[in-house]
Design a protein around this ligand. Structure first.
Ligand SMILES: C=CC1=C(C)c2cc3[nH]c(cc4nc(cc5[nH]c(cc1n2)c(C)c5CCC(=O)O)C(CCC(=O)O)=C4C)c(C)c3C=C
Ligand SMILES: [Fe+2]
Ligand SMILES: [Fe+2]
Length: 345
């Protein structure tokens, strides 16, 4: 008798996005996102009333206005349509031995729906690839927790593996560098900014193994002690990109964006990108190329924050030319890099 065909399930996951840029949908999205204990690490008894009762109702209408700038009239949220494009192309490249599904940690399509598709396809094992290059408990860790919460309710639990970080993956670095090189060929730049999504410093310290990470020079090399330190990973991605682009250490700056301002005024990873870029023109950096290598698809944080808001701040501070390197989206080199990561797993 022929042996039954064995198929491998692949689950690609990104963060999530509202169903529409209307305030009610943005509110629903933020309510789910900002009550996740891995994102807002406060006791649930404080987190729910504070965020669902005060922070989200105040933030949702403002966020909705920004989402309206981002939204594509036909295709909707870039994070979603680039994710679906990526899923389709990775499936085509991997062939019928694999079943590729796509889900979002918050809102739709849900991780549960995507996992059910894999279960219905009777896959033998599942490879989960959270689409965050650098591991953070608030992003990759949250996806891992959600997947385990769902799968633990299944009667038959398949083998599962997680690709937890691809900070230094050659395919990822090569694909981002290629996008940067295309911009560098178009214009003369004085400086490069690598801007990463920030997280509270506390999150880094909580993940520090045996007290190794102290937010100092400990993060200057990437090694077995700090493999999951978000700050060390951001520095490593930057070093590797700089090497590919032929940049010296004084030709680029690493900084952190998107901090959620709170009355608690807890420190987030520094330097803050918005403060750093305002000083660029006075340093003679009038033409700046900005990368956002914490995101593999364009989204609110790249297109609006770096591409529009930072550009305006930079020009007001006396800068001449600001350019965002588009994200990897579903570029062929990135599709190839994802396929390689899956095959290697
Ligand atoms: C790169 C990975 C991400 C980490 C780490 C992360 C941490 C983190 N984020 C917030 C708060 C917000 N983030 C928001 C948007 C957003 N965040 C990521 C990724 C990471 N977040 C993405 C891809 C996006 C964009 C989604 C899109 O639809 O385009 C937002 C919502 C937007 C807004 O209202 O400003 C918030 C809020 C915290 C608090 C945090 C770590 C503690
Ligand atoms: Fe975020
Ligand atoms: Fe560190």
């Amino acid at each position: 008798m022929p042996s039954p065909t064995r198929r491998i399930g692949v689950l690609l996951v990104n963060l999530g996005t509202p169903d529409s840029p209307q305030t009610s949908d943005v509110r629903r999205y933020l309510n789910e996102f900002l009550t996740d204990g891995r994102v807002i690490d406060m006791p649930a008894a404080v987190r729910y009333p504070l965020f669902q009762g005060i922070v989200v109702p105040l933030r949702a209408p403002k966020s909705a206005k920004i989402y309206q700038l981002l939204w594509d009239a036909e295709r909707g949220s870039p994070l979603l349509y680039h994710g679906l494009d990526l899923q389709k192309q990775v499936q085509e490249k991997l062939g019928t031995e694999y079943v590729v599904a796509f889900g979002m940690r918050y809102q739709n399509p849900s991780i549960e729906k995507a996992l059910n598709e894999l279960r219905d396809a009777a896959v033998d094992r599942i490879i989960v690839l959270p689409l965050f290059p650098q591991y953070a408990a608030a992003s990759t860790g949250s996806v891992q927790e959600k997947v385990m919460d769902i799968v633990k309710t299944w009667w038959i639990v398949p083998s599962i593996s997680f690709i937890s970080t691809f900070t230094d993956d050659a395919g990822f670095i090569g694909a981002f560098a290629a996008r940067g090189k295309a911009e560098l060929a178009r214009h003369k730049y004085d400086h490069v900014l690598f801007s990463y999504h920030g997280i509270p410093e506390r999150h880094v310290l909580k993940g520090s193994q045996k007290g190794y990470c102290k937010l100092g020079s400990c993060c200057n090399s990437y090694n077995k002690n700090n493999r999951y330190c978000y700050r060390a990973q951001c520095f490593e991605t930057s070093r590797l990109l700089a090497k590919e682009l032929g940049l010296n250490a004084d030709q680029y700056t690493v900084a952190f964006q998107s901090r959620l301002q709170s009355r608690l005024r807890d420190p987030w990873l520094q330097p803050y990108a918005d403060e750093a870029l305002k000083e660029f023109p006075a340093k003679g950096y009038k033409n700046v190329l900005a990368f956002s290598p914490a995101f593999v698809a364009d989204c609110l944080e790249t297109t609006v924050e770096v591409g529009m808001e930072f550009k305006e701040m930079f020009e007001q501070a006396g800068g001449a030319h600001w350019q965002l390197v588009p994200s990897l989206n579903s570029e062929p080199e990135w599709v190839e890099a994802v396929v390689e990561m899956i095959r290697k797993n």
